[in-house]
Write a protein that binds this ligand. Structure first.
Ligand code: GDP
Ligand code: IMO
Ligand code: MG
Length: 422
């Protein structure tokens, strides 16, 4: 009886998709617990790169089942495109992919509302992926949402129209210049519902309990990262779900006492897409070099990711909030060739040094750095921990000591094979 969680500890894009794919062979079920198609999870193997938005990252393995949990919000239009991208791989989705009836649907007007809301905010916009995430979760908690299971009900079109009309009114009230053709968007939406209907809808919490009773192992896959959590992230520059460990309990119906390991993933540096504070952000040549070597462009929107040094204050906070039992460090290969590597160990906040993560990461907060030696070697083909350069290992050991959690996987490239199990 065991559930392990895997989640991002920074502002997303840590490499969750890659590691879920690497770990899938040890699990019977891979289950996404929150977020929606704002996520872009990249997997690389056999020279092909795959990007998943809604479908769990275990889908390429023949043995495991994949579940989209109740905490996820689904855009059928994007989901249909994902399904189409999988067609060449002849995966039997009818028996390998399941969707919770309690997952909420993203309607075309949710996407429009997202865009209208961002336009109305002007310079203080969140930098949303504009996938309708915020408005869909608002309708969920506001008790107006439409769930996947509603599609099976007689009155679902009535419900749909009522909610879409309400959204149109809200968009009007925002008084922004947003051009759209709802008839076109709706035609695409209803076409895609047919594809969604081909996948089995289930009461996923019971599915999970039955599998746990049978001794099966579940890996819960998080989306986004802890600093984008609606409660613990850099509010209001966050997403609209609980991206932290507790989100797996509500997003799948998993009782806390069934959780064993919590795998926390972080990059050897930090990135962020969209607006919001980022104390260790680099605006110099080093930042540009990290962005170009790390190919730091969003997997969902293609936007350039802002890059900076590792922020240990924020990372320690994320480790605590999630109860991380094992760390996984990604993209260390990207830092190869830098003479010195900096790590933020404290903040200077209003002239005082603090080592905790404060209520807000305002402008008057400056990082205090420790400098470590870099490594020159190309580590992207290294297979064994002991073959890694000493200065790289010193970096790893320094982080383990500070975070008080072992690093159990080191990733040195995007491919499945570029993974060192420590
Ligand atoms: P996710 O959202 O957490 O799944 O991460 P993304 O897929 O959005 O972004 C991670 C990016 O880094 C993808 O392009 C991956 O292929 C790539 N990647 C993952 N691990 C490594 C690594 O160790 N080294 C390098 N160079 N790239 C990596
Ligand atoms: P994965 O799962 C990185 C960011 C957006 C924006 C904020 C709110 O691939 O790590 P939203 O669309 O939720 O309204 O956007 O959150 N964001 C992500 N950044 N990775 C993600 O997912 C993200 N999902 C949302 O850029 O700043
Ligand atoms: Mg991503």
């Amino acid at each position: 009886m065991r559930v392990d969680l895997l989640l991002g500890l920074q502002w997303g894009d840590e490499g969750k998709g890659k590691i879920v794919d690497v770990l899938t062979k040890k699990y019977d079920i891979i289950a996404r617990f929150q977020g929606g198609p704002n996520a872009g999870h990249t997997l690389e193997f056999d020279g092909i790169k795959h990007v998943l938005h809604t479908i769990p990252s275990g889908i390429f393995h023949k043995k495991s089942l994949n579940l989209i949990g109740n905490g996820v919000v689904i855009d059928p239009v994007i989901f249909e495109k994902e399904i189409r991208n999988l067609e060449p791989y002849k995966i039997d989705l009818k028996t390998r992919l399941f969707i919770s009836r309690k997952a909420h649907l993203i309607l075309p007007t949710h996407r429009l509302l997202d865009a209208a809301s961002e336009l109305s905010k002007g310079k203080s916009k969140i930098g949303s992926t504009l996938k309708g995430i915020g408005p869909t979760y608002m309708d969920k908690t506001g008790r107006n949402g439409i769930r996947v299971g509603d599609i099976e009900m007689k009155n679902w079109l009535e419900k749909y129209r009522k909610l879409a009309n309400k959204h149109e009114q809200l968009i009007k009230n925002l008084n922004v210049d947003l051009q759209y053709n709802l008839a076109e968007l709706e035609s695409e939406f209803f076409d895609s519902i047919e594809t969604l209907n081909k996948i089995e809808f289930i009461d996923s919490e019971n599915f999970i309990y039955d599998h746990l009773d049978n001794g099966n192992k579940i890996l819960a896959e998080g989306a986004q990262g802890s600093l984008l959590d609606i409660d613990f992230g850099t509010y209001p520059y966050v997403t609209s779900s609980n991206t932290t460990a507790a989100g797996a309990c509500t997003g799948l119906g998993i009782p806390p006492n069934k959780i064993k390991n919590v795998f926390g993933i972080f990059k050897a540096y930090t990135t962020r897409v969209g607006s919001g504070p980022f104390p260790t952000e680099l605006f110099d040549r080093t930042g540009k070099k990290i962005a170009s070597v790390g190919k730091e462009f969003g997997a969902t929107t293609g936007r350039p990711r802002r890059c900076g040094w590792l922020d240990l204050v924020a990372l320690k906070y994320a480790v605590k909030v999630n109860g991380v039992t094992n760390l996984m460090m990604m993209k260390g290969d990207v830092l190869s060739g830098l003479k010195k590597i900096k790590v933020c160990i404290k903040y200077n906040y209003n002239g005082k040094e603090i080592s905790h993560y404060p209520f807000t990461l305002e402008d008057n907060l400056k990082p205090v750095y420790k400098e470590l030696e870099g490594w020159n070697d190309d580590i992207s083909q290294t297979q064994k921990y002991d073959d890694l350069p000493n200065t790289f290992l010193n970096y790893v050991k320094f982080l383990e000591k500070e975070l008080k959690v072992p690093i159990s996987i080191i990733s040195v490239g995007p491919d499945r094979k570029q993974t060192i199990i420590c």
